[in-house]
Design a protein around this ligand. Structure first.
Ligand SMILES: NC(=O)c1ccc[n+]([C@@H]2O[C@H](COP(=O)([O-])OP(=O)(O)OC[C@H]3O[C@@H](n4cnc5c(N)ncnc54)[C@H](OP(=O)(O)O)[C@@H]3O)[C@@H](O)[C@H]2O)c1
Length: 296
Protein backbone atom coordinates (compact mmCIF):
# COMPACT_ATOMS: atom_id res chain seq x y z
CA UNK A 1 0.00 0.00 0.00
CA UNK A 2 2.96 2.31 0.66
CA UNK A 3 3.90 4.89 -2.00
CA UNK A 4 7.26 5.68 -0.39
CA UNK A 5 8.95 2.34 0.31
CA UNK A 6 10.95 3.87 3.20
CA UNK A 7 7.94 5.25 5.05
CA UNK A 8 6.48 2.98 7.71
CA UNK A 9 2.72 2.62 7.57
CA UNK A 10 1.11 3.93 10.74
CA UNK A 11 -1.22 1.37 12.31
CA UNK A 12 -3.66 2.31 15.08
CA UNK A 13 -4.95 -0.68 17.06
CA UNK A 14 -7.58 -0.61 19.83
CA UNK A 15 -8.02 -3.09 22.69
CA UNK A 16 -4.43 -4.23 22.28
CA UNK A 17 -3.59 -5.58 25.75
CA UNK A 18 -5.33 -8.98 25.63
CA UNK A 19 -6.57 -11.72 23.31
CA UNK A 20 -6.49 -10.98 19.61
CA UNK A 21 -5.25 -7.40 20.16
CA UNK A 22 -2.24 -8.62 22.12
CA UNK A 23 -1.36 -11.19 19.45
CA UNK A 24 -1.65 -8.51 16.77
CA UNK A 25 0.65 -6.26 18.78
CA UNK A 26 3.28 -9.02 19.08
CA UNK A 27 3.05 -9.82 15.37
CA UNK A 28 2.96 -6.30 13.93
CA UNK A 29 5.94 -5.12 16.02
CA UNK A 30 8.02 -7.84 14.34
CA UNK A 31 7.35 -6.28 10.92
CA UNK A 32 9.82 -3.55 9.95
CA UNK A 33 7.38 -1.77 7.61
CA UNK A 34 4.83 -0.73 10.23
CA UNK A 35 4.76 1.81 13.04
CA UNK A 36 2.22 0.47 15.53
CA UNK A 37 0.28 2.59 17.98
CA UNK A 38 -1.16 -0.03 20.31
CA UNK A 39 -3.82 1.31 22.66
CA UNK A 40 -5.55 -0.06 25.74
CA UNK A 41 -7.50 1.26 28.67
CA UNK A 42 -5.24 2.98 31.22
CA UNK A 43 -6.00 0.21 33.74
CA UNK A 44 -4.87 -2.45 31.23
CA UNK A 45 -1.61 -0.83 30.04
CA UNK A 46 0.49 -2.77 32.58
CA UNK A 47 -0.32 -5.98 30.69
CA UNK A 48 2.11 -4.92 27.95
CA UNK A 49 5.07 -5.03 30.35
CA UNK A 50 3.78 -8.30 31.81
CA UNK A 51 3.99 -9.67 28.27
CA UNK A 52 7.48 -8.17 27.76
CA UNK A 53 6.20 -5.58 25.29
CA UNK A 54 7.92 -2.22 25.60
CA UNK A 55 7.94 0.93 23.52
CA UNK A 56 10.56 1.30 20.80
CA UNK A 57 11.13 3.20 17.54
CA UNK A 58 8.21 1.55 15.84
CA UNK A 59 5.89 0.86 18.76
CA UNK A 60 3.94 3.33 20.86
CA UNK A 61 1.79 2.20 23.75
CA UNK A 62 -0.97 4.66 24.59
CA UNK A 63 -3.99 4.78 26.89
CA UNK A 64 -7.31 4.79 25.10
CA UNK A 65 -10.71 3.88 26.39
CA UNK A 66 -12.55 3.85 23.07
CA UNK A 67 -15.63 5.30 24.79
CA UNK A 68 -13.68 8.32 25.96
CA UNK A 69 -13.53 11.16 23.40
CA UNK A 70 -10.67 12.83 25.26
CA UNK A 71 -8.55 9.63 25.01
CA UNK A 72 -9.37 9.25 21.31
CA UNK A 73 -8.50 12.90 20.60
CA UNK A 74 -5.19 12.71 22.50
CA UNK A 75 -3.93 9.68 20.61
CA UNK A 76 -5.07 10.96 17.22
CA UNK A 77 -3.56 14.40 17.82
CA UNK A 78 -0.17 12.94 18.74
CA UNK A 79 -0.22 10.68 15.69
CA UNK A 80 -1.13 13.61 13.44
CA UNK A 81 1.62 15.84 14.83
CA UNK A 82 4.43 13.28 14.96
CA UNK A 83 3.58 10.69 12.33
CA UNK A 84 1.29 12.50 9.88
CA UNK A 85 -1.80 10.34 10.30
CA UNK A 86 -3.17 6.82 10.51
CA UNK A 87 -2.72 4.59 7.44
CA UNK A 88 -4.33 1.45 8.86
CA UNK A 89 -6.98 1.52 11.58
CA UNK A 90 -7.82 -1.75 13.33
CA UNK A 91 -11.00 -1.48 15.40
CA UNK A 92 -10.53 -4.48 17.66
CA UNK A 93 -11.73 -3.36 21.13
CA UNK A 94 -15.03 -4.93 22.02
CA UNK A 95 -16.84 -7.16 24.44
CA UNK A 96 -19.69 -9.60 24.44
CA UNK A 97 -22.86 -8.96 26.43
CA UNK A 98 -24.74 -12.12 27.35
CA UNK A 99 -28.50 -11.64 27.64
CA UNK A 100 -31.73 -12.52 25.87
CA UNK A 101 -33.58 -9.50 24.45
CA UNK A 102 -35.95 -9.43 27.42
CA UNK A 103 -33.03 -9.15 29.86
CA UNK A 104 -31.18 -6.13 28.47
CA UNK A 105 -31.67 -2.82 30.25
CA UNK A 106 -31.37 0.39 28.25
CA UNK A 107 -27.96 1.38 29.70
CA UNK A 108 -26.54 -2.11 29.06
CA UNK A 109 -27.74 -1.87 25.47
CA UNK A 110 -26.17 1.56 25.03
CA UNK A 111 -22.85 0.43 26.49
CA UNK A 112 -22.66 -2.58 24.15
CA UNK A 113 -23.56 -0.55 21.06
CA UNK A 114 -21.24 2.30 22.08
CA UNK A 115 -18.22 0.01 22.47
CA UNK A 116 -18.70 -2.32 19.51
CA UNK A 117 -20.28 0.06 17.03
CA UNK A 118 -20.27 3.77 17.90
CA UNK A 119 -16.63 3.97 19.04
CA UNK A 120 -15.29 2.35 15.83
CA UNK A 121 -17.42 4.81 13.83
CA UNK A 122 -16.00 7.75 15.81
CA UNK A 123 -12.44 6.62 15.10
CA UNK A 124 -13.15 6.01 11.43
CA UNK A 125 -14.50 9.56 11.05
CA UNK A 126 -11.28 10.93 12.50
CA UNK A 127 -8.80 8.93 10.40
CA UNK A 128 -10.52 9.37 7.03
CA UNK A 129 -9.44 12.96 6.22
CA UNK A 130 -5.73 11.95 6.27
CA UNK A 131 -6.49 8.80 4.28
CA UNK A 132 -8.43 10.79 1.66
CA UNK A 133 -5.62 13.33 1.33
CA UNK A 134 -2.98 10.65 0.91
CA UNK A 135 -5.31 8.60 -1.33
CA UNK A 136 -4.64 5.40 0.51
CA UNK A 137 -5.67 3.70 3.72
CA UNK A 138 -7.19 0.58 5.19
CA UNK A 139 -9.92 0.31 7.80
CA UNK A 140 -10.13 -3.12 9.41
CA UNK A 141 -13.15 -3.72 11.62
CA UNK A 142 -13.11 -6.83 13.79
CA UNK A 143 -16.60 -8.20 13.62
CA UNK A 144 -17.60 -11.78 14.40
CA UNK A 145 -19.57 -14.69 13.02
CA UNK A 146 -22.25 -13.03 15.17
CA UNK A 147 -22.16 -10.21 12.62
CA UNK A 148 -23.57 -12.57 9.99
CA UNK A 149 -25.72 -14.89 12.13
CA UNK A 150 -27.29 -14.35 15.53
CA UNK A 151 -27.20 -16.77 18.44
CA UNK A 152 -29.75 -16.85 21.25
CA UNK A 153 -28.57 -15.10 24.47
CA UNK A 154 -26.26 -12.83 22.41
CA UNK A 155 -28.89 -10.47 21.01
CA UNK A 156 -27.33 -7.04 21.47
CA UNK A 157 -23.81 -8.32 20.81
CA UNK A 158 -25.06 -9.57 17.45
CA UNK A 159 -26.89 -6.30 16.86
CA UNK A 160 -23.67 -4.35 17.48
CA UNK A 161 -21.70 -6.49 15.03
CA UNK A 162 -24.51 -6.42 12.42
CA UNK A 163 -24.46 -2.61 12.75
CA UNK A 164 -20.68 -2.55 12.35
CA UNK A 165 -20.93 -4.71 9.23
CA UNK A 166 -23.71 -2.61 7.69
CA UNK A 167 -21.81 0.64 8.16
CA UNK A 168 -18.56 -0.96 6.93
CA UNK A 169 -20.29 -2.11 3.76
CA UNK A 170 -21.56 1.42 3.05
CA UNK A 171 -18.12 2.79 3.80
CA UNK A 172 -16.54 0.35 1.32
CA UNK A 173 -18.43 2.05 -1.53
CA UNK A 174 -18.00 5.57 -0.16
CA UNK A 175 -14.20 5.63 0.17
CA UNK A 176 -13.21 3.39 -2.73
CA UNK A 177 -12.71 6.43 -5.02
CA UNK A 178 -9.77 7.49 -2.79
CA UNK A 179 -8.22 4.01 -2.84
CA UNK A 180 -9.18 3.47 0.79
CA UNK A 181 -9.95 -0.15 1.60
CA UNK A 182 -12.44 -1.45 4.14
CA UNK A 183 -12.37 -4.97 5.56
CA UNK A 184 -14.61 -6.77 8.00
CA UNK A 185 -12.88 -9.65 9.79
CA UNK A 186 -15.22 -12.35 11.07
CA UNK A 187 -13.68 -14.69 13.62
CA UNK A 188 -15.85 -17.53 14.86
CA UNK A 189 -15.05 -19.21 18.14
CA UNK A 190 -11.46 -18.66 19.26
CA UNK A 191 -9.60 -20.88 21.71
CA UNK A 192 -8.70 -18.24 24.29
CA UNK A 193 -9.69 -17.03 27.70
CA UNK A 194 -11.82 -14.23 26.22
CA UNK A 195 -15.04 -16.03 27.15
CA UNK A 196 -14.06 -15.18 30.73
CA UNK A 197 -14.55 -11.55 29.71
CA UNK A 198 -18.14 -12.07 28.55
CA UNK A 199 -20.38 -9.73 30.57
CA UNK A 200 -23.80 -10.90 31.66
CA UNK A 201 -26.62 -8.39 32.03
CA UNK A 202 -28.04 -7.93 35.53
CA UNK A 203 -31.23 -9.80 34.72
CA UNK A 204 -29.26 -12.56 33.03
CA UNK A 205 -27.18 -13.05 36.21
CA UNK A 206 -30.36 -13.36 38.22
CA UNK A 207 -32.01 -15.74 35.77
CA UNK A 208 -28.95 -17.99 35.60
CA UNK A 209 -29.34 -18.90 39.26
CA UNK A 210 -33.11 -19.15 39.42
CA UNK A 211 -34.49 -22.46 38.08
CA UNK A 212 -37.97 -20.92 38.10
CA UNK A 213 -36.95 -18.13 35.68
CA UNK A 214 -38.39 -18.58 32.16
CA UNK A 215 -34.92 -18.20 30.60
CA UNK A 216 -33.04 -20.38 33.10
CA UNK A 217 -32.56 -23.21 30.57
CA UNK A 218 -31.58 -20.84 27.78
CA UNK A 219 -28.56 -19.64 29.75
CA UNK A 220 -27.72 -22.89 31.45
CA UNK A 221 -27.63 -24.70 28.10
CA UNK A 222 -25.90 -22.03 26.03
CA UNK A 223 -23.13 -21.07 28.48
CA UNK A 224 -21.57 -24.53 28.94
CA UNK A 225 -22.07 -25.16 25.21
CA UNK A 226 -20.22 -21.97 24.17
CA UNK A 227 -17.47 -22.53 26.74
CA UNK A 228 -16.99 -26.09 25.48
CA UNK A 229 -16.81 -25.00 21.83
CA UNK A 230 -14.30 -22.25 22.70
CA UNK A 231 -12.22 -24.82 24.57
CA UNK A 232 -12.30 -27.39 21.75
CA UNK A 233 -11.92 -25.17 18.69
CA UNK A 234 -8.48 -25.33 17.06
CA UNK A 235 -8.68 -21.63 16.08
CA UNK A 236 -6.32 -19.44 18.10
CA UNK A 237 -5.83 -15.66 18.47
CA UNK A 238 -2.32 -16.10 16.94
CA UNK A 239 -3.83 -17.66 13.83
CA UNK A 240 -6.45 -14.90 13.45
CA UNK A 241 -3.71 -12.29 13.97
CA UNK A 242 -1.70 -13.86 11.13
CA UNK A 243 -4.79 -13.71 8.87
CA UNK A 244 -5.13 -9.99 9.68
CA UNK A 245 -1.45 -9.34 8.95
CA UNK A 246 -1.83 -11.01 5.54
CA UNK A 247 -4.89 -8.82 4.96
CA UNK A 248 -2.90 -5.67 5.82
CA UNK A 249 -0.38 -6.57 3.14
CA UNK A 250 -2.91 -7.32 0.38
CA UNK A 251 -3.01 -4.96 -2.61
CA UNK A 252 -6.73 -5.46 -2.98
CA UNK A 253 -8.00 -6.58 0.40
CA UNK A 254 -11.48 -8.16 0.36
CA UNK A 255 -14.44 -6.61 2.18
CA UNK A 256 -15.26 -9.71 4.24
CA UNK A 257 -12.78 -12.18 5.66
CA UNK A 258 -13.92 -15.36 7.41
CA UNK A 259 -11.12 -15.76 9.94
CA UNK A 260 -11.73 -19.22 11.41
CA UNK A 261 -12.93 -22.58 10.08
CA UNK A 262 -16.38 -22.23 11.66
CA UNK A 263 -16.79 -18.78 10.08
CA UNK A 264 -16.32 -20.47 6.66
CA UNK A 265 -18.70 -23.27 7.67
CA UNK A 266 -21.50 -20.94 8.80
CA UNK A 267 -21.01 -18.73 5.75
CA UNK A 268 -21.57 -21.74 3.48
CA UNK A 269 -24.53 -22.93 5.58
CA UNK A 270 -26.20 -19.54 5.48
CA UNK A 271 -25.54 -19.01 1.81
CA UNK A 272 -26.68 -22.34 0.45
CA UNK A 273 -29.41 -23.63 2.76
CA UNK A 274 -32.94 -22.32 2.19
CA UNK A 275 -33.58 -19.67 4.87
CA UNK A 276 -36.48 -21.41 6.61
CA UNK A 277 -34.61 -24.74 6.72
CA UNK A 278 -31.44 -23.02 7.97
CA UNK A 279 -33.24 -21.43 10.94
CA UNK A 280 -35.14 -24.65 11.72
CA UNK A 281 -31.91 -26.67 11.54
CA UNK A 282 -30.03 -24.33 13.89
CA UNK A 283 -33.00 -24.20 16.28
CA UNK A 284 -33.16 -28.00 16.46
CA UNK A 285 -29.39 -28.09 17.07
CA UNK A 286 -29.52 -25.82 20.14
CA UNK A 287 -28.39 -27.64 23.30
CA UNK A 288 -31.28 -29.07 25.41
CA UNK A 289 -33.80 -27.18 23.28
CA UNK A 290 -36.67 -29.35 24.58
CA UNK A 291 -36.25 -27.86 28.08
CA UNK A 292 -36.40 -24.25 26.85
CA UNK A 293 -39.80 -22.72 27.43
CA UNK A 294 -40.77 -25.19 30.16
CA UNK A 295 -41.38 -22.23 32.54
CA UNK A 296 -43.59 -19.22 31.85
N1 LIG B 1 -12.97 -14.41 21.32
C1 LIG B 1 -13.81 -14.77 20.37
O1 LIG B 1 -14.20 -15.94 20.27
C2 LIG B 1 -14.27 -13.74 19.35
C3 LIG B 1 -15.06 -14.20 18.33
C4 LIG B 1 -15.53 -13.29 17.39
C5 LIG B 1 -15.17 -11.96 17.46
N2 LIG B 1 -14.39 -11.53 18.46
C6 LIG B 1 -14.07 -10.09 18.49
O2 LIG B 1 -12.67 -9.93 18.50
C7 LIG B 1 -12.33 -8.70 19.16
C8 LIG B 1 -11.26 -8.99 20.20
O3 LIG B 1 -11.80 -9.85 21.18
P1 LIG B 1 -10.93 -10.92 21.98
O4 LIG B 1 -11.41 -12.25 21.62
O5 LIG B 1 -9.48 -10.64 21.86
O6 LIG B 1 -11.48 -10.61 23.45
P2 LIG B 1 -10.74 -10.03 24.74
O7 LIG B 1 -9.56 -10.85 25.07
O8 LIG B 1 -11.84 -9.87 25.75
O9 LIG B 1 -10.24 -8.60 24.25
C9 LIG B 1 -11.08 -7.51 24.07
C10 LIG B 1 -10.27 -6.25 24.26
O10 LIG B 1 -11.14 -5.13 24.07
C11 LIG B 1 -10.84 -4.19 25.08
N3 LIG B 1 -11.93 -3.27 25.38
C12 LIG B 1 -13.19 -3.53 25.76
N4 LIG B 1 -13.85 -2.39 25.99
C13 LIG B 1 -12.97 -1.38 25.75
C14 LIG B 1 -13.03 0.03 25.83
N5 LIG B 1 -14.14 0.66 26.20
N6 LIG B 1 -11.92 0.74 25.50
C15 LIG B 1 -10.79 0.13 25.13
N7 LIG B 1 -10.64 -1.20 25.07
C16 LIG B 1 -11.73 -1.95 25.38
C17 LIG B 1 -10.50 -5.04 26.31
O11 LIG B 1 -9.77 -4.25 27.21
P3 LIG B 1 -9.77 -4.50 28.80
O12 LIG B 1 -8.85 -5.67 29.00
O13 LIG B 1 -9.29 -3.22 29.37
O14 LIG B 1 -11.18 -4.83 29.19
C18 LIG B 1 -9.68 -6.14 25.68
O15 LIG B 1 -8.33 -5.77 25.57
C19 LIG B 1 -13.63 -8.14 19.75
O16 LIG B 1 -14.12 -7.12 18.92
C20 LIG B 1 -14.56 -9.35 19.73
O17 LIG B 1 -15.93 -8.98 19.62
C21 LIG B 1 -13.92 -12.38 19.42
Amino acid sequence: MSKDPNKKLVVLLTGASTGLGLELTKLITQQPDFHLVATARESSLSRFAENHIFENDQLWLRPMDVLNKHDRDNVLKEIRLKLGGVDILINNAGYMLRAVVEHVAEMERFQQMDTNFRAPMALIRRVLPHMRRSRRGHIINISSVSGMMAMPTMSVYSASKFALEGASESLWYEVRPWNIHVSIVQPGFIHSSSYLNVKSSKECQHSLNDPQDPYYYHYNSMIPFINKVMELTPSTPEQVARTILRLMRKKRPPLRVAATWDAHFFFILRRFLPRSFYHWFLYRSLPHIRQWGSRN
